[in-house]
Design a protein around this ligand. Sequence first.
Ligand SMILES: [Zn+2]
Ligand SMILES: [Zn+2]
Length: 230
Amino acid sequence: MMTTVKPSFEIMIVFDNRCVKPGFLTGFGFSALIYNHFTENYVLFDTGSNNKILIHNINKFNVDISNIKKVVISHEHFDHAGGLDGLLQINPNLDVFIPMDSEISFKRAFPGVSFNGVAQLTEIEKNIFSSGQIGGSYMKEHALFLRTKDNEIIIIVGCAHPGVEQFIVKAKKMADIKAIIGGFHGFRKFSFLDGIEFIGACHCTQYLDSIKERFPNQFKRICVGDKFLF
Ligand SMILES: [Zn+2]
Ligand SMILES: [Zn+2]
């Protein structure tokens, strides 16, 4: 008899500008919806640039928006934070996690909303961590580290402006990294990806072809409408 192993997380791609499956919509930006099997909660990472596209794609996965109570915004750019207003209209009590240094600009843009500014590595719910804010004076950014029941880390990044390697180095202090998904921006320090089984570079990744060439078996194409189980 086959035994089915229950996953720790389901990761649904709900926003990306490179690839889209039939029935889903595309726009500039990135967003991933995570279902956490440890808590049976949804956590939304980033919101793309447009709430109508975002909500369409989430509904397409048969997820009721009102069941999403926690949103993590990686950084201030509109292609990650642009869909937030529409979600707040549906649920004004959303728990929104942002980099600590971006609190002033988010509070200015969304008066009356309470934001959780994250400075250090923080467990926002069981086995889902904010990396804590990383980056210089230009802009701070945080990523998510998901810890599976096998004690492996899945990293989800927005644009990774501070450099993907910074998030990798920090996550490795917790456990081995199994997967990384999101925008890699201008990242070229490819040796930091060695040993990672699943490399889902998408969105703003400039050197996508080089990554694909160097990691032909690990590279995974990421499309809006994809669901990955870990
Ligand atoms: Zn971006
Ligand atoms: Zn950005």
